[in-house]
Design a protein around this ligand. Structure first.
Ligand SMILES: *Cc1c(COP(=O)(O)O)cnc(C)c1O
Length: 415
């Protein structure tokens, strides 16, 4: 007998997810995931797929026909963009200001492309002037790639300006919106972006393993004009489309879709639609301001300068002399609260507090500040217990006051 005989059903602990993703799932999404499996060519399923594409167009703010969820995590969405849009020998300008820009370079090179790297410091947004300079020095660049929301640092780059510069110089854009979709303003059509990939488990608060993507007409033309077949069979858009975008609805088998995960994504997008995407952006910003006030009242400093901070990913420096891993373990063990550590050069130096999707709410902000104060005090760091919560409270109170006066103005207008 092997030890496998002793294994019983797995029951995960109940956690509160305030790290860099995954985020907490809404109960309605969890319920959707548990619905019965049906065939991936079942007419009922096909109807759901059509709705899913429309809901994704709403989330991306686009009319792009080629909009669907790739079966795979954000990394597969990333790779789908690169393997289809980069041919051997193509020059690609990649803006790197953290982990994920680095992965883009890796993708370009594995496609046989030539990466021209525009570097910015970890924690800084991408500098549009550097992109201009790079495009001037490399007018033959076919693609510009950058990360809108760098989850490794919490920096938000100006996707609209960067995409505008690329378009002016005739380059296609590939944008990583894994952490931004549903949390920060993103307008694919208005900003003229050509290829975008995202993820299901960050601000969409669905199960991990799906990557919504969208491609402009220009991007589709580029794929059709390829001289060489895409090196990936699984990610080749011309083949995947026979399933997701078949003409006349005559879908054929490509791979078995992750049926239940897609039910979940459909429900999380219905939730986004019900809330309204602008309201979702505002909610992320409001709770970020409360968390920020609380963290700063506890003496913690942000990594990213104020005008480039992501509301959904708050990176702060670990105070001198504190064992950052011990704090995270305490939060997890005593409060069931998960936060993120630093990556690469920021390992051991920062904590990353996520406020993504369904995790982005007042009870999480308050619990987080309270738990962090408690953990820091236990580990001997001088911290004024309760100051963080009080500062966050003040921010919420001022939002409530602003909301009440806005309501009054509306009522007066109507009267
Ligand atoms: C999480 C993340 C990814 C990768 O997504 P996975 O689902 O983990 O593969 C890519 N880019 C950014 C900015 C991310 O935050």
């Amino acid at each position: 007998m092997t030890s496998a005989a002793k294994i019983r059903s797995f029951h995960p602990p109940q956690r509160i997810l305030m790290g860099p993703g995954p985020s907490d799932m809404h109960p309605r999404v969890q319920n959707a995931l548990g619905q019965p499996v049906i065939g991936h060519l079942d007419p009922a399923f096909v109807g759901m797929m059509e709705e899913l594409k429309d809901l994704l167009r709403y989330a991306f703010q686009t009319k792009n026909a080629l909009t669907f969820p790739v079966s795979g995590p954000g990394s597969v969405g990333m790779e789908t963009c690169f393997v289809n849009l980069v041919e051997p020998g193509d020059k690609v300008i990649v803006c790197r200001n953290g982990v994920f820009g680095g992965r883009m370079i890796e993708n370009v090179e594995r496609c046989g492309g030539v990466a021209v790297v525009v570097e910015d410091a970890w924690g800084a947004p991408v500098d549009p002037n550097k992109l201009e300079d790079a495009l001037r020095a490399h007018p033959d660049a076919k693609v510009v790639a950058f990360v809108q929301a760098e989850t490794s640092t919490g920096a938000l780059s100006d996707a609209r300006t960067l995409a505008g510069i690329a378009r002016q110089r005739g380059a296609l854009t590939i944008v990583d919106a894994v952490t931004s979709l549903g949390g920060s303003k993103l307008q694919v059509d208005a900003w003229g972006i050509d290829a975008v990939y995202s993820g299901s488990q960050k601000c969409l608060s669905c199960t991990p393993g799906l990557s919504p993507v969208t491609f402009s007409e220009r991007a589709v033309e580029r794929v059709k004009a390829r001289k060489k077949k895409c090196q990936s069979w699984f990610m080749d858009l011309s083949l995947v489309l026979e399933y997701w975008n078949a003409p006349g609805g005559k879908r054929t088998y490509h791979h078995t879709a992750p049926i239940n995960a897609l039910y979940g994504l459909h429900e999380s997008l219905v939730l986004l639609r019900e809330e309204g995407i602008e309201n979702a952006w505002t909610r992320h910003r409001h709770h970020h301001l409360a968390l920020k006030a609380g963290l700063e009242a506890m003496g913690l400093a942000f990594l990213v300068r104020e005008d480039a901070r992501l509301p959904q990913l708050n990176a702060v420096f670990v105070p001198e002399g504190i064992d950052e891993a011990a704090v995270r373990m305490r939060l997890l063990n005593d409060f069931n609260l998960e936060i993120g550590a630093g990556l690469g050069p920021l390992a051991g130096k920062i904590w990353r507090f996520g406020l993504m999707g369904h995790s982005c709410k007042i009870e999480n902000v308050m619990l987080c500040l309270s738990a962090l104060g408690s953990a820091l005090a236990d580990l001997g760091h001088p911290v004024d217990l309760g100051h963080g919560e009080a500062a966050a409270h003040d921010v919420y109170a001022s939002h409530h006051a602003a909301d009440a006066s806005a309501r009054k103005r509306m009522e007066l207008k109507r009267a």
